[in-house]
Write a protein that binds this ligand. Sequence first.
Ligand SMILES: [Zn+2]
Length: 278
Amino acid sequence: MSLLVGPALALTGCADGSSGADAPTASGPIRSAPTSRAAGTTTEPGATMSPEQPLAGRVIVIDPGHQLGNSSFHAEIDAPVEAGGFTKPCNTTGTSTDGGFPEATFAWEVARQLRRLLVADGARVELTRHSNSASAWGPCVDVRGRAGNPGAPGPTADLKISIHADGSYASGAHGFHVIAPTEVAPWTTDIAGPSLRLARVVRDSLVDHGFATSTYTATDGIALRGDLATLNLADIPTVLVELGNMRDAGDAATMTSAAGREDYASALASAVERFSAR
Ligand SMILES: [Zn+2]
């Protein structure tokens, strides 16, 4: 999982989805998002609910997969961490497009756009990493998995979305899939149900925004997995989205364009609104 061909160029896909982690420090607490001036809103929780701020009072964790500098810190990211009854490497490098656009950067850019949209909706947004830097690594997947949990650093969140992209070389493989935790007692017993509901809402929103479900994995755009620390360690509704296949030319064209990333973020923001309205 840690083999690299060069900076941000991994041979493997994002198979473990839980592989992206990053933060200024691997163990640092998550921090509050800055106030969005553009949106003219505040991140303060408990704000007055209004039609313009459907997420007022909500706390959302966004986990941008991987970190740009992971490939330069193999010893650090290979160190085993708790993953839900077993261990996994702290983090992985992620994949990239054939043109070298890194998954870490894609996830970071979509996460930042999604944060802007959610803050405009009145939400308080926490990111699991605060940079996309070639000189930074992590955080580890256990930190990502616990982010937003009751008792974890930072406020308890209403839900968490981990943003990734896949790297499949299968011919014609394209499209997104949403991964929810399968029920692994006692790790995910508490969140398997609500996380699957969140996954369906995210899937439906992505479809509504014109994105195609995966042609090569998952069923109707949804997969259940028990091997991902990001999901297993969560105590809040959590999904991991593989927004497309970076090795597919069509998906890559969308992912490498600012407009495409805005579309992904818009779809995810709509999903958060829908899920939170229930
Ligand atoms: Zn990934």
